[in-house]
Design a protein around this ligand. Structure first.
Ligand code: AGP
Length: 613
């Protein structure tokens, strides 16, 4: 959950790395730091808090130099203090690290017994001491790094500089993302935890694999295996994202921009996957044979947070439309519950970042038990995408705001396509029924656009309710996960406590919460549950609850409900309501957070990609 950026080449590396850190700040913002080779020495500059603090600190230094490495931190081991901020320097070795060294206490004890003194509480600092120990035993810089990392258990993406070999830079990766971009000139390389940090410089990238190390100097780069030092051939990939996609483009926050990008994001995720003929869907990119598709007798979905909510919606679709049993697990629970998984199970991992440690671990457990794995991911070549047997990418473009929005609606789009694929293979829907669903899907971007055009109505609602301390979100059926998602959006960016509940559960407890101070969001789309949900919101009104009702255009609401805000959503195919009804809830959460003055794009304690368990 930290971000690392590194540069070697003819440019002054300081502005390059600072710009990269700015693009990665969503990965963590407890502290920031930079190390610059200037002359014989490597100077390190660190600051607690956001990157702006570091920039203020070094503004007068007029720093110049290359290579340069930098880091923005989400604290795991050790409080967010300057001493715990990266880079960590010890006897000329300087390290920035994203990940967790699981055996760092054991290593720290071993090193302390040998006389090493530590300046921080972090696990990362152990790496710099290990490298120095290897150097002192006669290893050269590359050998010292590889031997040190063979002593380490855990996860890392790291960059290392050495004062005595100033023309070199070494990076290595184990289960934490690391991508390298080729500069225009020979000997110019950019390295980062995530693609947005590189887009301004190059679209030609190389993804390091787990257990690999890259050694850079001004003549080029060599990738070797950490275990045996054997050279590794790496292919250059071209990134389709362009730099502007990682900018705010005039919006006040990335989150608002990404909410408004959803019509395009959904369209882009449909592109090339719908066909006029046959079953209307073409997912051949996944690479599963007909026989393999037929072999799946059950589906298990593993994900976290918003992605888990997408999985909950998909369960309804897969069982109702494709008539295939589907279970959904929170990834951090799945791997410890001794899951019944086998060769006839397709386990789907849903993850925007493709780096969520809990989801990665759940998929690895499913692999061990013989299941086939499919990733629904937004980041090309991410760890989860690389682990799985097949990948169905969402084409949402980079999602910078910590609160997931366009990733969610594009995950649902991809999962609906997958449902139609299964429905065709299992002949649970005929061609006419599939074609009807495809038609509804194609209309969706336009329906989302219409909701976005009325964003000001949600801002008004937020004005009315942004000072409350609690919210309740109610829905039924396949919209119940949207109640969960709406509540998560609100709580993670506005810090207001919010709960999502199946509306039928109200009478089993939550109704005790209803009073005139409690806003209750009720989703009442025109579907099979409408009559029941109307009773639920009457129950809220009868107890003076403050009703925020989201419904179709035909719902008549009795006049005596005077504490009511009513937002009407266009009628679309019943199965697609979740993709539409989540939009006003995203906007309600966004405007509430803005009114509360919280940090919408980088909410407290959170990070965009949770790469620790
Ligand atoms: C959602 O708004 C949150 N940022 C969080 O719940 C997120 O969905 C979760 O951490 C999963 O991330 P992933 O999709 O990258 O795996």
């Amino acid at each position: 959950m930290c971000g690392i950026v590194a540069y070697i080449g003819p440019k002054n590396g300081v502005p390059v790395v600072l710009d990269g850190l700015r693009k990665l700040e969503y990965r963590g913002y407890d502290s920031a730091g930079i190390a610059v080779l200037a002359g014989e020495k490597i100077d390190i500059y660190r600051s607690v808090g956001k990157l702006i603090g570091l920039e203020e600190k070094i503004r007068e230094e007029r720093l110049r130099g290359t290579p340069v490495i930098g880091h923005t931190r989400w604290a795991t081991h050790g409080r967010p203090t300057e001493a715990n901020a990266h880079p960590h320097k010890y006897e000329g070795i300087v390290v920035v690290h994203n990940g967790i060294i699981e055996n760092y206490l054991e290593l720290r004890r071993e090193l302390s017994d040998a006389g090493h003194e530590f300046a921080s509480e972090t696990d990362t600092e152990v790496i710099s001491h290990l490298i120095v120990r290897e150097l002192k035993s006669g290893a050269d810089f590359s050998q010292a790094v590889s031997r040190s990392l063979l002593c380490v258990r855990g996860t890392y993406a790291l960059a290392v500089l050495y004062e005595k070999e100033p023309e070199k830079m070494i990076v290595a990766r184990q289960s934490s993302p690391l991508v390298m971009a080729l500069g225009e000139k020979v000997g110019e390389y950019f390295v980062a935890s995530d693609i947005p940090a590189l887009l301004a410089w190059s679209k030609e990238v190389i993804f390091l694999d787990d257990g690999e190390m890259a050694v850079f100097d001004y003549n080029g780069m060599q990738v070797v295996g950490l275990s045996d030092g054997s050279p590794r051939e790496k292919s250059v990939r071209r990134i389709t994202w362009d730099p502007i996609m990682a900018e705010k483009s005039g919006y006040k926050h990335f989150m608002l921009k990404e909410i408004f990008e959803q019509p395009d994001a959904v369209s882009n995720t449909l592109l090339g996957r719908l066909r006029e003929d046959r079953n209307g869907v073409d997912l051949s990119e996944i690479g599963f044979s007909e026989a393999r598709w037929q072999s799946f007798k059950e589906i298990k979905i593993v994900a976290c947070g918003t992605s888990w909510h997408a999985g909950l919606v998909a369960k309804y679709w897969l069982e109702n439309l494709a008539r295939i049993p589907a279970e959904v697990d929170i990834a951090s629970e799945f791997r410890y519950r001794d899951p019944l998984v086998g060769p006839e199970t397709l386990v789907i991992g849903i993850s925007q970042s493709g780096e969520t440690a809990d989801t990665l671990a759940a998929l690895q457990e499913a692999r061990r038990r013989g299941a086939s794995l499919l990733a629904i991911c937004n980041v090309m070549e991410s760890s989860i995408a690389r682990l799985c047997d097949g990948v169905l990418y969402t084409h949402a473009g980079p999602e910078i705001g910590v609160a997931s929005t366009k990733a969610f609606t594009t995950q649902l789009t991809a999962l609906f396509l997958l449902t139609l694929e299964f429905a065709a293979i299992r002949q649970s829907l005929n061609e006419i029924q599939i074609a009807r669903q495809v038609k509804a899907l194609l209309h969706l971007p336009q329906a989302i656009e219409k909701v976005l055009e009325r964003a000001s109505k949600l801002e008004l609602m937020a004005r009315r309710y942004h000072q409350v301390s609690d919210y309740l979100y109610l829905a039924r059926g396949l919209n119940f996960p949207i109640a969960l998602e709406g509540a998560l959006k609100l709580k993670e960016i506005s810090y207001i406590h919010a709960e999502g509940y199946p509306a039928g559960e109200m009478k089993h407890g939550p109704i005790a919460l209803i009073d005139e101070a409690m806003p209750v969001v009720v989703l009442a789309p025109p579907d099979r549950h409408l009559e029941k949900i109307v009773s639920n919101f009457q129950e809220v009104a009868a107890r003076d609850g403050r009703l925020l009702l989201f419904s179709g255009p035909d719902l008549e609401v009795s006049a005596e409900i005077d504490r009511l805000d009513h937002f009407v959503v266009e009628k679309v195919g019943e199965e697609l309501n979740p993709l539409l009804y989540v939009i006003p809830l995203q906007l309600l959460a966004y405007y509430t957070a803005v009114l509360k003055g919280t940090d919408v794009d980088q909410p407290r304690n959170l990070a965009k990609s949770v790469t620790v368990e």
